[in-house]
Structure formats: C-alpha cells, structure tokens
Design a protein around this ligand. Sequence first.
Ligand code: C2G
Length: 128
Amino acid sequence: MKKVITYGTFDLLHIGHINILEQARELGDFLIVALSNDKFNREKGKSAYHSYMERKAILESIMYVDLVIEEYSWDQKKNDIEKYNIDYFVIGSDWEGKFDYLSDYCKVIYLPRTEGISTSKIKTDLKY
Ligand code: C2G
C-alpha cells in the first residue's frame, strides 16, 4: 500500500484544494491530510474562517481523503512520515524546494498550484 501525506489549512475549501487532494490520492492508495490547527494557523500568519473541527469534518467528507491528522508544528513532518510509513510527501508548487529535506525519508512531490483561486482571493472578492 502506497501512502501519501499532505499538509495545509484548507480553509474555505475551493477547487484548488480539491485538485491537489485528488492528484495526491492518485499517487498512492491512502491519503493522509495533516490539517493546521487554529494555533499553528496563527503561527503561519493565517486566521481561518472555519475552525479546525469544521475544517476537519469538511476534509473527512471528501472521497480522496482517508485520514485527517493535526498539524501543530513546522517540525512534525519527519515524525509523521516515519509514524505513518509514508511513501510520498505532496504539496503545492508554491512550496517548491522548501521541503526537499524530507527526501531522506520519502519521495517529495510538488504539484502545480491551481491558478486563479485562493482562500485570500475569495475573501477579497467577497468584500466588494
Ligand atoms: N493549493 C493549490 N492551489 C491553490 C491553492 C492551494 O494547489 N490555488 C494547495 C497548496 O499548495 C497546498 C494545499 O492546497 O498544498 C493547501 O493550501 P493551504 O490551505 O493554503 O495550505 P498552506 O497554508 O500552504 O499550508 O506545513 C505546510 C503548511 O501547512 C501548508
């Protein structure tokens, strides 16, 4: 069984999120999403519209997602990869190069971001 992991906030779920979850799942047989909790979100400089519990429930309802775990630190990835016996670490190309150090533990794959959509764009567009 090939296992895939990806990380993120996944707030105000949109097609960019769905695209990367679908592509990540297609790389293997089991997809784990490490979802940024509200405290870590603030560390990332983000304030999610939906709470961690709501974002978790939404992700768990997606057919591509097999398990949602908590993201609470920048430093947990290596442990997660070992704990869950991960084959592929996947994240969007906006992070290109940032997680190459994980290639000592699993394959690192940067997938193309979906152009023209982001949570912050949604928030801005809805303001006016
Ligand atoms: N994404 C995408 N296309 C978009 C928007 C987002 O492919 N138009 C991808 C991002 O590249 C990321 C995932 O969707 O892989 C989740 O995006 P965010 O919720 O913005 O996550 P981020 O803040 O990048 O968190 O430790 C890593 C961080 O937690 C990543």
